[in-house]
Design a protein around this ligand. Structure first.
Ligand code: NAD
Ligand code: AHE
Ligand code: ZN
Length: 375
């Protein structure tokens, strides 16, 4: 069938909006009509050429919501008409990782996903007979896409697509990092570096669990009001404090009889490896945990003095907020519908597919929190 898509033709080039061809679902696969998709910084990262797994030409996009149109043979968990959120982290419930209960990083289809193809090694997308790569197993920058059954979460039908698409990455990543990965307790002190589409969701996750002190760090002063809107208690712009950031944050978080500072939990939501180091070193000695969420470009590495770890700080990371998609995503949709978490105010820009490159620019210049394409 013909579908409308934004095609990433090469690194650093604007997406090209055009008609491409999509084959129907094979065994174990589902055809989905995408109704809305968010634009995440990771799409920009891959388009920039920084992603070691980046492939071109490809159809990017991994933060969508839509309706099942057709299912391949053997599909039992969803049927045409079901509302779903595509999962770039699938949940097969059978692989050693799923069965371990220790991680959400299902391995069932990760290898082919990274190669930009479906689990059988072929692509469903083409243009004029030339193969187009899938992206993160989701390719939501198209009004129809094909996914493996294990990579879709069935969600309630009264939830609006143009909001719950954000649960396909940003909301779940931010809130999940707090709840599933760090398991932050009420009363904790936390620092969030980078108050964009992910960081603001970390902040609302911290509010949800009852953290006491929630410090937001961003180089863009406009983010102060945004952070406060979702529960941030203090804001720091590193460019304006006139001193080194880490001692400044440690001093801010001094508490207890010994007046030792440092946060119980810190979160990097920038993808900047220097910031990741600051986040680790702003943790409390003995127990502070720093969670890396940001994605860094090819060849970049993190470093710190081993003494930071010897003295009890931990460096951890999270993908998709540690969420098991088919199990956890429907619950997060319920939280949104029940008013436990907010999404609407974070979606600052809604646009047709034709304007997706403007959506990237808005994000890149810090003018949007989340841009959403509606089909
Ligand atoms: P975004 O562009 O919306 O927000 C980034 C924010 O970081 C902006 O507010 C920016 O001003 C701020 N920032 C940039 N440099 C900074 C610095 N040196 N110090 C402090 N703040 C700084 O991006 P996003 O969509 O929120 O994504 C954030 C990061 O998370 C990206 O690297 C993205 O690829 C990654 N990500 C990871 C996962 C995961 O599962 N691990 C999921 C989604 C996104
Ligand atoms: N492909 C890159 C890394 C990109 C990356 O880390 N992706 C995150 C999700 S970001 C969503 O916005 C992720 O889930 N990683 C786990 C995985 O299995 O891909 C690289 O460096 O090669
Ligand atoms: Zn994302």
């Amino acid at each position: 069938m013909d579908v409308r898509a934004a095609v990433a033709v090469g690194a650093g080039k604007p997406l090209e909006i055009t008609t491409v061809q999509l084959e129907g679902p094979k065994a174990g696969e589902v055809l989905i009509e995408i109704k809305a998709t968010g634009i995440c910084h990771t799409d920009w990262f891959t388009l920039s050429g920084e992603d070691p797994e980046g492939l071109f030409p490809a159809i990017l996009g991994h933060e969508g919501a839509g309706v099942v149109v057709e299912v391949g043979t053997g599909v039992t968990s969803v049927k045409p008409g079901d509302h779903v959120i595509p999962l770039y982290t699938p949940e097969c419930r059978q692989c050693p990782s799923c069965l371990s209960r220790k991680t959400n990083l299902c391995t069932a289809i990760r290898a082919t996903q990274g190669q930009g193809v479906m689990p059988d090694g072929t692509s469903r997308f083409s243009i004029g007979g030339q193969k187009l790569h899938h992206y993160m197993g989701t390719s939501t920058f198209a009004n129809y896409t094909v996914l493996p059954e294990i990579a879709v979460a069935k969600v309630r039908e009264d939830a609006p697509f143009d909001k719950i698409c954000y649960i396909g990455c940003g909301v779940t990543t931010g809130i999940g990092a707090v709840i599933n990965t760090a398991k932050v307790e009420a009363g904790a002190t936390a620092i969030v570096f980078g108050l964009g589409g992910i960081g603001l969701n970390v902040i609302q996750g911290l509010r949800l669990v009852g953290a006491d002190m929630i410090i937001g760090v961003d180089i863009n002063n406009d983010k102060k009001a945004w952070g406060e809107r979702f529960g941030m208690t203090h804001f720091v712009n590193p460019a304006e404090i006139g001193t080194d950031l880490v001692p400044y944050l440690v001093n801010m978080t001094k508490r207890g009889a010994d007046q030792i500072g440092g946060a119980d939990y810190t979160f990097d939501c920038t993808g900047n490896t220097k910031v990741m180091r600051q986040a680790l070193e702003a943790c409390h000695r003995g127990w502070g945990e720093s969670i890396v969420i940001g994605v860094a470009g090819a060849g970049q590495e993190i470093s710190t003095r081993p003494f930071q770890l010897v003295t009890g700080r931990s460096w951890r990371g999270t993908a998709f907020g540690g969420a098991r998609g088919r199990t956890d995503v429907p619950k997060i949709v319920d939280w949104y519908m029940d008013g436990k978490i907010e999404i609407d105010p974070m979606i600052t820009h809604v646009m047709p597919l034709e304007d997706i490159n403007k959506g990237f620019e808005l994000m890149h210049h810090g003018e949007s929190v989340r841009g959403v394409v509606v089909f």
